[in-house]
Write a protein that binds this ligand. Structure first.
Ligand SMILES: [Zn+2]
Length: 199
């Protein structure tokens, strides 16, 4: 199984993503740290893994087509994009999973990820949209629409919220988050096997 992990934003001076105003913590850095941990855990269980960005600052990844082409050319089975959320309202908090509109295996993937995050962090708020029967929200984000593999974008927590920014900067919390994502991916593959009777 080939998994692409997509650390949001191209990093540092090019595009740090959202930044916490008090600590300067950058979304792009957090996304890369957690993506590397997810990679470690998925490699450990025998999957093939590629990151769309491997450097703190990587100019070519500013072009989102670079990321989706990497996944498509490699024949990825799954694409997971990791981001941190941000809002003008500093009290906004919680995690979200996003898929492209419509019912695809991306929705199954998102549900597996959402369930593992919810189980690992019962103290965090799941920001959900159950209007279509599942927890994920839907939008035509570039990386979700242009990847051939089932894709999910996770907004892990709000970097604009000081409490959640402190968690996002915490090594133990990063590691717990990465393991939850990795378990979500393995859950998804198990679900596929059961559904398609490949066992
Ligand atoms: Zn982002």
């Amino acid at each position: 199984m080939r998994i692409v992990i997509d650390p949001g934003h191209s990093g540092r001076n090019i595009d740090p993503g959202a930044v916490n105003q008090n600590t300067g913590l950058q979304e792009a850095d957090v996304a890369l740290i957690i993506s590397r941990l997810v990679e470690k855990y998925l490699l450990a269980v025998g999957y093939e893994v590629k990151l769309t960005r491997t450097e703190w600052e990587q100019p070519e990844t500013d072009d989102l087509n670079y990321r989706t082409a990497l996944a498509n050319n490699w024949g990825a089975d799954v694409f997971v994009s990791l981001h941190c959320n941000s809002a003008a309202n500093k009290s906004a908090k919680g995690y979200e999973t996003w898929t492209s509109p419509g019912d695809t295996n991306g929705d199954r993937l998102a549900t597996c990820l959402h369930n593992q995050i919810a189980a690992e962090f019962p103290d965090r708020v799941g920001r959900t949209d159950y209007s279509d029967g599942d927890a994920d929200k839907e939008a035509r984000f570039y990386v979700l629409v242009h990847t051939e593999a089932p894709a999910c974008l996770v907004e892990m927590a709000f970097i604009s919220n000081d409490e959640e920014a402190a968690l996002l900067a915490n090594r133990t919390w990063q590691d717990r988050y990465a393991r939850a994502i990795a378990r979500g991916v393995t859950d998804y593959f198990q679900l596929l096997y059961i559904k398609e009777g490949k066992r």
